[in-house]
Design a protein around this ligand. Structure first.
Ligand code: HEC
Ligand code: HEC
Ligand code: HEC
Ligand code: HEC
Ligand code: HEC
Length: 166
């Protein structure tokens, strides 16, 4: 009887957990982007630093996606005739932001900040994988609570609920 109850509970609980996790888990880990932007081409082949484009990461909660103006600074001169660069310059001329598809996303009830993690000397790659060699971005971490806690335990960072849930 107890076993039956436990099994039923497991199914209900598992079902709930599945329900909660649905949004991120069903999302494409490597969605097609509106402009075919390659990290590998910019970082591995041309040596551009992550922070050149993701400038806010050391000071803010978010890392920030560069504005089209940042792309244009280089691309009025570099590969200006390449088809994907033209697509990008079209956005700029129409004064529209490029509608990049978000790859990493935490639920609203979770607090996360890039600033504290970079201050602790953690590499981008520890959480995002080897982005510098990726053509299209792929999310490599689950971004689940257990993933955060695993590293927090290992690095003796806080595991109090209120650290991440406000
Ligand atoms: C030349 C500019 C540029 C450089 C340099 C650059 N990025 Fe990006 N990054 C972008 C753009 C544009 C996007 C959004 C398009 C995409 O996802 O490919 C992006 C997206 C990302 C994302 C996914 C954001 C999301 O939607 O969740 C991560 C993570 C990321 N970059 C990490 C890095 C890391 C780590 C480096 C250095 C190894 C780096 N980037 C270097 C421009 C850049
Ligand atoms: C610091 C300068 C710099 C910035 C900023 C930059 N790029 Fe580039 N980009 C390059 C270089 C260098 C290449 C390689 C050109 C080549 O090999 O012919 C390149 C190549 C490209 C290509 C491939 C062109 C081809 O030949 O097919 C695309 C598309 C592109 N960039 C898009 C972007 C977008 C979108 C942004 C803004 C998020 C951006 N770039 C920001 C320097 C830059
Ligand atoms: C400790 C893990 C961790 C490290 C280290 C880290 N990130 Fe992130 N990053 C995340 C998480 C988690 C998210 C999703 C945040 C959210 O949805 O609120 C994210 C989101 C992003 C995004 C998309 C949203 C945004 O914040 O603009 C970009 C771009 C990004 N990271 C780039 C970087 C770069 C570049 C570095 C290194 C300078 C870096 N990250 C270091 C965990 C990390
Ligand atoms: C790769 C290791 C690593 C991962 C993964 C990681 N963290 Fe952290 N985190 C740390 C370390 C180390 C600190 C301690 C920084 C300090 O106090 O110097 C920290 C600190 C924090 C803080 C405290 C900031 C403050 O104001 O005191 C928050 C909030 C936080 N992390 C949230 C998260 C969340 C949410 C996730 C998962 C989405 C996550 N972390 C994943 C290593 C990690
Ligand atoms: C280091 C950061 C961190 C700490 C500490 C943390 N959480 Fe979370 N929590 C998360 C993240 C990230 C998510 C969203 C992803 C997920 O659901 O796994 C989450 C999701 C949740 C959820 C949503 C249910 C679910 O399964 O999606 C609950 C409830 C929760 N946490 C409770 C707690 C409690 C209680 C504590 C303290 C014992 C705690 N958390 C400590 C990061 C953290």
């Amino acid at each position: 009887m107890f076993l039956l109850f436990a099994a039923a509970g497991g199914i209900v609980f598992g079902g709930l957990a599945l329900f909660y996790h649905l949004p991120l888990d069903t999302r494409d880990r490597s969605p097609k982007q509106p402009v075919d932007f390659s990290h590998s081409l910019h970082v591995a082949e041309n040596g551009i630093d992550c922070l050149y484009c993701h400038r806010q990461a050391p000071q803010a909660a978010i890392a920030g996606i560069p504005e089209v103006a940042t792309c244009v600074e280089c691309h009025l001169h570099i590969a200006a005739d390449a088809p994907e660069v033209k697509t990008m310059i079209d956005f700029w001329q129409r004064k529209e932001p490029i509608p990049w598809v978000r790859v990493h996303h935490l639920p609203d009830h979770v607090y996360f900040t890039h600033r504290m993690h970079l201050r602790a000397g953690i590499d981008c790659a520890a959480c995002h994988g080897d982005v510098g060699t990726m053509d299209r971005i792929t999310r490599v971490a689950s971004l689940k609570m257990g993933w955060c806690l695993g590293c927090h335990r290992e690095r003796q960072a806080s595991i109090d609920c209120w650290t991440c849930h406000i």
